[in-house]
Design a protein around this ligand. Structure first.
Ligand code: FES
Ligand code: FES
Length: 156
C-alpha cells in the first residue's frame, strides 16, 4: 500500500506492507533511526513520536494508520538555531546516561508540556510513567522536564 506522511515538515510517499509498524516505517523506510525500539511489549516508550502533535508509542501503531497525517520524530526537534529547549534541558541537567530512552522521553515530554506548560513534579512523573529508563533513576529526567518547562515559559 502507498502512504503519504508529513514527517518533520517533509512529505514522504512510500510503499509499505499492511503489517509494517510505524516504528519500522520511521526507522527502516525513512531512515530516521533516532526513534528507538526498546521492547516488544509496548511498555518502554523508547519509540515515542508525535502524531499530529500528540505522543504515541510508534510500535503500537501500523504505518498504514498514519496515512495523510503529520509526525514529528526526535530528528525534527532541533532547528537551525540549535537544540530544542527540552533537549537542552536534558543536556544541562544530566537527564541521560546511555541515551537509549532519551528520544522517547523528549517526545513524551514535548507532548506533555504542550498540554501542561507549568507542571508540578508529580505531574511530570505521572506523565512519563509510560517511558522506562534503565540508567538514571529518573530523578534527573524529571528535573530536566521541569527545567524545560521553566525555559519554555520564559521564552513565551
Ligand atoms: S519499543 Fe517499547 S514501547 Fe515501543
Ligand atoms: S539513559 Fe539509559 S535507558 Fe535511560
Amino acid at each position: 500500500m502507498q502512504i503519504t506522511t508529513i514527517v518533520n515538515g517533509r512529505s514522504y510517499t512510500k510503499d509499505v506492507e499492511p503489517r509494517t509498524l510505524l516504528v519500522q516505517y520511521i526507522r527502516d523506510v525513512l531512515g530516521l533511526t533516532g526513534t528507538n525500539v526498546g521492547c516488544d511489549t509496548s511498555s518502554c516508550g523508547a519509540c515515542t513520536v508525535l502524531l499530529n502533535g500528540e505522543s504515541v508509542k510508534s510500535c503500537t501503531v501500523l504505518a498504514v494508520q498514519v496515512n495523510g497525517q503529520e509526525l514529528t520524530t526526535i530528528e525534527g526537534m532541533a532547528t537551525d538555531s540549535g537544540l530544542h529547549p527540552i533537549q537542552k534541558a536534558f543536556q544541562e541537567n544530566h537527564g541521560l546516561q546511555c541515551g537509549y530512552c532519551t528520544p522517547g522521553m523528549v517526545m513524551a515530554a514535548a507532548s506533555f508540556l504542550n498540554e501542561n506548560p507549568n507542571p508540578t513534579e508529580r505531574e511530570v512523573r505521572e506523565a512519563l510513567e509510560g517511558n522506562l529508563c534503565r540508567c538514571t533513576g529518573y530523578h534527573n529526567i524529571i528535573k530536566s522536564v521541569l527545567a524545560a518547562a521553566n525555559a519554555m515559559e520564559g521564552a513565551m
